[in-house]
Design a protein around this ligand. Structure first.
Ligand code: GAP
Length: 440
């Protein structure tokens, strides 16, 4: 049977995200700004967890990769050298009927996807996707600057700084996460394609002869990262770029695609960039960026393999894939079965009621768990409703304080989100039980 998306309709997640404080439309009180989104209290936790999981796998747990945080605004010469000023374009056409603009390569049958008019498109022209701004008080040609369209170039321009200060030998990588900006002609599908987004990119520098082996290694490594964080392997695949769709810098590219409700779409690109970037920066800046291999007494420009992903797009895939509706005692419960490392709250502390005996004990328990994990405290409405609320935002464990806790055993009930099993545990042993379950 061919794989199916986890949910049929993106709106299920868009509405949950809004209702439960993950993602809000930006500038909503002014009517919105179109395909621009703000992350709410739960979204910001989830986003941080995605970024942290990436950083842990790509930097913290490796000997051969170090981090960087380069500026969003770089010298415009960087973007000339990288090829973005001349070549970072999409073909744009305008519908003469409704005047909406479309990407020419996304049009089927010469029909406008907005108004349905046929044969009304202008000839395509190349549209540069970089956002332009001005540095300083004078708005003239000399003051033009760009918001970075990828984080990668800040890594290339710092290649020699990082290599020399960290005394790195090939192969080694430089990783960074951060905002990038592209004036996309047709943004949309919620946070899938936006004009402002956050990337997670790593440039891995290797000897030229090791390029393709490294590409294979990083493909497998990155696929393992997604499945390790719970994405269903049947909804993930590799897609190799055809020669005619390769980016200007790439010798070979594999996308990791996920089966979103909109169909198979790119989650991450893994590109073999050869020595394109270091060579361009060396030529344009006049600074030598070669590497001296003292074992072999050779001087050369390293080649680069780049796994490049997006925080927002990953977050969307994790949300979509985790969403489940289940029948429990004739009721439908919606659960986000997020991996424990990604769940915004790890634990929710719930006194059975707002009774004056229960609340102080519950606050005591809350202080114990929140010293270690981002957690929630909720004492409103029935316990059943509170469980459902926590299920819907993906909280792996709920800890309930009842009269037995305060009157008899100083123990609490720990409820598992996925199995709904309940375990009674003394408060003195709670932290170690949660530690085992959340990190063991
Ligand atoms: N440095 C290479 C590079 O930027 P890319 O395939 O254009 O490659 C890498 O981008 C990743 O960044 C994509 O796989 C996607 O996850 C994310 N991304 C790119 N454009 C995006 C957009 N407009 N909105 C959201 N995420 C985007």
């Amino acid at each position: 049977m061919s794989p199916q998306p986890a949910i049929d309709d993106m709106n299920t997640i868009v509405s949950l995200a809004k209702r439960r404080g993950f993602v809000f439309p930006a500038s909503e009180i002014y009517g919105g700004i179109g395909s621009t989104w703000d992350y709410g209290p739960l979204g910001v936790e989830l986003k941080r967890n995605v970024r942290d999981a990436w950083w842990r796998a790509m930097v913290q747990e490796r000997d051969d990769v170090v981090g960087l945080d380069s500026a969003i605004i770089q010298s415009p010469l960087v973007w000339e050298a990288s090829g973005h000023v001349a070549g970072f374009t999409d073909p744009l056409v305008e519908c003469r009927s409704c005047h909406r603009r479309q990407r020419a390569d996304h049009i089927a049958d010469d029909t406008c996807p907005d108004c349905g008019a046929t044969g009304q498109f202008t000839d395509p022209r190349q549209f540069n996707l970089m956002f332009k701004t001005f540095m300083g008080p004078v708005e003239d040609e000399a003051a033009i600057a760009y918001l970075r369209p990828e984080t990668a170039q800040g890594i290339f321009t710092n290649f020699d700084n990082v290599r020399s200060t960290m005394r790195k030998k090939l192969p080694f990588g430089i990783a960074q996460t951060g905002k990038s900006f592209r004036n996309e002609i047709t943004p949309g599908n919620f946070i899938f394609r936006t004009r402002e987004f956050e990337q997670m990119e790593m440039e891995y520098f290797v000897r030229p002869q090791d390029g393709f082996t490294s590409l294979d290694y990083w493909r497998e490594e990155r696929m393992r990262w997604y499945t390790g964080l719970g994405l269903d392997p049947s909804r993930l695949r590799f897609r190799q770029h055809d020669a005619d769709e390769l980016a200007h810098y790439a010798a070979a590219v594999y996308d990791i695609e996920y089966l979103f409700p909109i169909g198979w779409s790119e989650l991450e690109g893994i590109a073999y960039r050869g020595d394109f970037d270091l060579r361009q920066h060396q030529e344009h800046s006049g600074r030598k960026l070669e590497y001296f291999d003292d074992e072999r007494q050779e001087r050369f420009l390293p080649h680069v393999v780049e796994p490049a992903s997006g925080v927002d797009r990953c977050l969307l895939a994790f949300l979509v894939d985790a969403y489940v509706e289940e029948e429990v005692r004739d009721e439908t419960r919606a659960v986000l079965k997020l991996h424990r490392d990604l769940a915004p709250y790890k634990v929710a502390v719930l006194p059975l009621s707002r009774n004056e005996k229960l609340v102080p004990k519950a606050r005591e328990v809350y202080d114990i768990v929140r010293a270690r994990w981002v957690s929630d405290y909720d004492d409103s409405q029935s316990i059943g409703r509170r469980y459902r609320r926590q299920d819907e935002i993906g909280t792996p464990y709920c800890v309930t304080i009842d009269f037995q806790t305060v009157e008899e055993d100083d123990a609490v009930t720990v409820r598992d989100r996925d199995t709904m099993e309940q375990t009674r545990v003394p408060i003195a042993g709670l932290r170690s039980l949660l530690e085992d379950r959340l990190t063991g």
